[in-house]
Design a protein around this ligand. Structure first.
Ligand SMILES: [Zn+2]
Length: 141
């Protein structure tokens, strides 16, 4: 398994440069479509598994669907990455608030009887990391 993050910009650029979808498979051949109907004038490719006709059909189905599946997967990854970044930022901020709340020197609450050192510098570091991981404003497409 790759540990390199997916380059979604490159993946989407390749998808956007290809003939618009959806594409459709007919047997082992792949065609473009207009209004969801296979367009014989938009022949794209054919798979060549002469010894395995069912496998050739499966390959063609996969390739035809990749035209719409890849952009959908890239969009879902972007959505999930943004959601993860938002949750990370919220968690860091919540934990930073909790640290400050229990600080004997800086908490707005009465801390009589509670002994601990001031960890507000740690809380500030967490807030800065939250600001870095917070998602950027959505890009209009
Ligand atoms: Zn403090």
């Amino acid at each position: 398994m790759s540990t390199t993050p997916l380059n979604l910009d490159a993946i989407e650029a390749r998808a956007n440069a290809a003939t618009p979808g959806p594409w459709m498979a007919d047997g082992h051949e792949i065609y473009g479509s207009g209004c969801g109907v296979l367009d014989i004038e938009q022949w794209k490719a054919e798979t060549l598994r002469i010894e395995d006709p069912e496998g050739a059909k499966a390959d063609a189905e996969f390739m035809a669907h990749a035209r719409t599946d890849v952009p959908a997967l890239a969009a879902e990854i972007r959505r999930l990455r943004a959601e993860l970044a938002e949750l990370r930022a919220k968690t860091l901020t919540t934990e930073a608030d909790e640290i400050v709340l229990h600080c004997p020197d800086h908490s707005p609450q009465d801390q009589d009887g509670v002994w601990m050192d001031c960890h507000c510098a740690v809380a500030e570091d967490m807030r800065q990391r939250a600001a870095v991981t917070a998602p950027a404003a959505p890009v209009a497409r």
